[in-house]
Design a protein around this ligand. Structure first.
Ligand code: PEP
Ligand code: MN
Length: 340
């Protein structure tokens, strides 16, 4: 349920209303706008008397929210959420590009790629240390050593780091990680979602291989219900009957999610297509669709990559793509949050 309160009301009256709602056992999420303030009520609202609240002078409107996601709902928080990661703003009219290899492979590799993507204008560095591979015999990542190398790359370049968490038991290793990625395979690992929600860190939540947008929003809700509102949603392609691409990029997710939620939405064209030459057209399409950013796999030597080489750009291709992205951004009213 949301209660829209006029900003002209007295602070004392406002506090009385909020206290009364809390006494009913509900959480109140306050979102202040220019002319009115939205109170988002989370919990069992069956005890709330809508008719009674509607009669209050200070109240402009009371509305039941049908959707099961509350904290993530734009009705609760009409303004875009803007997440600060090491001084970079994600969301609103800002555009960010997260780039780096699928996996951290060695110190030389991650430092070389980090420097190259930074020079091309990436604002954050990605790199997997713990890898969720389909085969148990495939490279599983450098694990804690990989996290250490990412931190080294951060020290060298100043780029905040994004890396995937596979298990709650690894959480201690992630204390200096700037953004924790929850990968597609763990989108509905609810215990993991609850634990990352307790960290208060920015969380990059990827859509599951066969999950609906409502399920993605419910997973964001799990994180937000723990008090962590810094969730970045990521569309990374879904399973369909199509076999010519690794997954099918559901670009309509961007305008649909923009309407439903205030959280930033980024696109991963690398995992969505699985093919390096498709990364550029799909990246530009994502800009056109209104995405808040991209996460792109870049490798210094894609043909020798230990993971996802076929979909990785080399630094030259990435640099050329960044130029095109920057040309397009003004058309969609976005500004690049970094060097361009
Ligand atoms: C990744 O980002 O390397 C990854 C494994 O992504 P996804 O969870 O989207 O497959
Ligand atoms: Mn990958």
């Amino acid at each position: 349920m949301i209660i829209v309160v006029k900003n002209s009301c007295e602070q004392g009256q406002f506090n009385t209303l909020v206290d009364w709602i809390k006494e009913l056992g509900l959480d109140v999420h306050v979102s202040r706008g220019e002319h009115s303030t939205v109170l988002g009520l989370v919990g069992d609202t069956s005890k709330v008397d809508i008719d009674l609240i509607s009669t209050l002078d200070m109240v402009e409107q009371v509305q039941r929210v049908q959707e099961p996601y509350k904290n993530a709902n734009r009705k609760f928080h009409p303004e875009d959420t803007i997440i600060d990661v090491g001084g970079h703003k994600i969301g609103g009219d800002n555009f960010n590009v997260i780039a780096g290899p699928c996996s951290v492979e060695s110190e030389a590799q991650i430092i070389e790629v980090a420097k190259a993507v930074k020079a091309a204008g990436a604002t954050l560095l990605r790199g997997g240390a713990f890898k969720p591979r389909t085969s148990p015999y495939a490279f599983q990542g450098l694990k804690d050593t990989g996290i250490g190398l990412l931190l080294k790359a951060k020290e060298e370049t100043g780029l905040p780091i994004v890396t995937e968490l596979l298990s709650v038991s690894h959480l201690d290793l992630f204390k200096d990680v700037d953004v924790i990625q929850i990968g597609a395979r763990n989108m509905q690992n609810f215990e993991l979602l609850k634990e990352v929600g307790k960290t208060g860190k920015p969380i990059l939540l990827k859509r599951g291989l066969a999950n609906t947008l409502q399920e993605l929003l419910m997973s964001a809700e799990y994180i937000m219900a723990e008090g962590d509102c810094q969730v970045i949603l990521c569309e990374r392609g879904i399973r369909t009957f199509e076999t010519m691409t690794r997954n099918t990029l559901d670009l309509s997710a961007v305008p649909v999610l923009k309407e439903k939620t205030h959280l930033p939405i980024i696109i991963d064209p690398s995992h969505a297509t699985g093919i390096a030459k498709l990364v550029e057209p799909m990246s530009l399409a994502a800009v056109g669709a209104g995405a808040d950013g991209l996460i792109i796999e870049v490798h210094n030597d894609p043909k020798r990559a230990l993971c996802d080489g076929a979909q990785s750009l080399n630094p030259t291709q990435f640099d050329s793509l960044m130029g095109k992205i920057n040309t397009m951004l003004p058309i969609v009213g976005k500004k690049y949050d970094g060097k361009n």
